[in-house]
Design a protein. Sequence first.
Length: 159
Amino acid sequence: MRIHIAIGALLLCLGCTSFVSAQRVERKFIVNAVKIKLSTDKPIVADNDPVIIRFTITNTSKVELPVAGGFDWIIRREDDKRVADAPEGARRKEAKRAAQSMSVPLYLAPGASTNQEETLSKLYVMSEPGVYQVSLWIGVNDEIKTDFIKSNTLRITIQ
C-alpha cells in the first residue's frame, strides 16, 4: 500500500514538473514568436513639438498567441539617464498598477499584426534638447518567471 502511495505521489510530482516545463516552453515560444518594431516619421523633433512613435506587434508563429495588455516604454537620454514621467504618464502608470490583476491580453492570430501610435511627449518629459533612446518592452510571464519581448531602439533628437 505504501509503495502505491509513494509511486502515486512521484507520478503527481512528475506531472506537475511537466506542466511547469510546458508553461516555460510556451512563454519562451511567445517571446521568440512575437516581434515589436518601432518607427517614426520625425527622428528629429523641434522643442515643444509632439514626439510620435508608431509600433507594430507581429505574431510570426502559426498559432494564435496572447500578447500582454500593458507595454513598458524605456526612454533614456544619450547619457543613459532615465526620463521622468509627465503628469499624463504618471496617471497612466498608476491606473495600470491598479488594474494589473484585471488586465486581459490581446490575442494575435497567426501572422497577424497590430499597429498603434503613441505620443511619447505626453507621457514623458522630453523637452530638453538632446538625443533620446526609445524602446518598448512587453512582459510575458507565468507563475515562475517573466521574460521580455524588446523592440528595436529608436534615436529621437530634440532640437
